[in-house]
Ligand binder design. Structure first.
Ligand code: RFL
Ligand code: PHB
Length: 389
């Protein structure tokens, strides 16, 4: 088999990139390990930046997102009894859109056939070959048969655990890794949300987040120790804990219901540099992870592929190699700013096992500052809606 651009991974990064390249007439094949149902069963991101929704608009795939997505003009930071409103629309003049990653992925998957985007699901043993030559290739097995896909470029959009990052020699790779001593236990339930806007709460028992997917579907998270078994949290115990951590006002408005999904995700900050090696590019979680506190992971995947599609289009349209050469630096500049924001918000909103009296006073002082400073609120809002591309 032959294609111009081989993409590994049909998550948001791979699917968005595939569509952006197809829109420029570039031939693309995506090789994905899982089945479509498995991918659509992963409950992840909920908040989309304007940069991400603009890409869906550019692709003409925003019809359902515009109809069903919830435009949010602000969110709350809670600290004990205090609620600080970050009015992003007032401060920055932009909104974010609450639309699940699952829905975005579904829209991109459904449009693949009509746009000529080939996706090979169920590929096992995916491996990358000759990435630093002019003739890279991808091998895999499908239906028990060995396959080889020759291409001009490989885009590694295969998430944190995929093979693409490993294809970059350790001698040229620099890894930055920070693991947090806690995870988020998430619950999805078909009940109305307790709040119209998201609430990020720093409570003495640990962080909690009230989020949603629609007016009838809620998504909540609580901070739990690393390695906490989900079975320790039967639904009722989790609802009780959320009611405490979200504070009396929001807590009393919680509507309880059976969990549709419940899982624990560890928190991590991670960057692998560079994001290009020869004819291999990394994008999204394959290259970097942010803790979910800033709602940046999916949005960073989207900005990476916006840059990457521009670089590859320049190559195919004009023979311009500058975009390709500059991709890694350009993407990393934005990645590190999102890493900073996600790390800072994580530190501010969580109770760490070693938080001492001084650290706690620092959190309170920072909350005081944010509560009383339009400049501080603007800085948070500017990052939350997404820095410009
Ligand atoms: P993905 O989504 O992991 O997709 C990678 C794809 O590659 C496939 N793959 C392989 N294919 C072939 N061969 C192999 N060997 C392969 N290995 C893997 C996988 O099957 C998969 O289909 O990475 P991508 O596309 O870079 O997208 C990244 C986002 O998924 C991620 O950053 C976000 O979900 C992070 N995130 C959030 N991001 C936001 O922007 N806003 C949010 O509100 C937000 N909330 C969250 C989140 C992530 C969470 N978890 C569970 C980590 C909340 C949570 C709880
Ligand atoms: C979610 O709804 O899943 C969500 C929202 C905001 C975050 C993280 C996750 O910061």
């Amino acid at each position: 088999m032959r294609t111009q651009v081989a993409i590994i991974g049909a998550g948001p990064a791979g699917l968005l990139l595939g569509h952006l390249l197809r829109a420029e007439g570039i031939d693309v094949t995506i090789v994905e390990r899982q089945t479509p149902d498995y991918i659509l069963g992963r409950i992840r991101a909920g908040v989309l930046e304007r940069t991400t929704t603009d890409l869906m608009t550019r692709l003409g795939l925003d019809e359902r997102m515009k109809r069903e997505g919830l435009l949010h003009s602000g969110f709350f930071l809670a600290d004990g009894e205090r609620l600080i409103h970050i009015d992003i629309a007032e401060l920055i003049g932009r909104h974010v859109t609450v639309y699940g990653q699952t829905e975005l992925t579904r829209d991109l998957m459904s449009a693949a056939d009509e746009r000529g985007l080939t996706i090979l699901y169920g590929a096992s043993d995916v491996a990358l070959g000759d990435v630093d030559s002019d003739a890279p290739f991808v091998t895999f097995s499908m239906d028990g048969r060995a396959q080889r896909l020759d291409c001009d470029f490989i885009c590694g959009c295969d998430g944190f655990h995929g093979p693409s990052r490993q294809a970059i020699p350790a001698s040229v790779q620099r890894v930055f890794d920070k693991q947090y001593p806690f995870g988020w236990l998430g619950i999805l339930a078909d009940v109305p949300p307790c709040t119209e806007e998201l609430i990020y709460a720093n409570h003495e028992r640990g962080f909690a987040l009230a989020s949603m997917r629609s007016p009838t579907r809620s998504r909540y998270y609580i901070q739990v120790p690393l390695g906490e078994p989900v079975d320790n949290w039967p639904d009722e115990r989790l609802w009780d804990e959320l009611a405490i951590r979200l504070g009396p006002e929001a807590g009393s408005r919680i509507v309880r219901g059976p969990a549709i999904e419940k899982s624990v995700a560890p928190l991590r900050s991670f960057v692998s540099e560079p994001m290009r090696h020869g004819r291999l590019f990394l994008a999204g979680d394959a290259a970097h992870i942010v803790p979910p506190t800033g709602a940046k992971g999916l949005n960073l995947a989207a900005s990476d592929v916006a840059y990457l599609s521009e670089a590859l289009t320049g190559w195919y349209r004009r023979g311009d190699a500058d975009g390709i050469a500059g991709y890694s630096d350009r993407a990393l500049a934005r990645v590190w700013k999102s890493e900073r924001f996600s790390w800072q918000l994580t530190r501010l909103m969580h109770r760490f096992p070693d938080t001492d009296a001084f650290d706690r006073r620092m959190q309170v002082a920072e909350m005081d500052y944010i509560a009383g400073s339009a400049a501080a609120q603007t800085a948070i809002a500017e990052n939350y809606v997404g820095l410009p591309l």
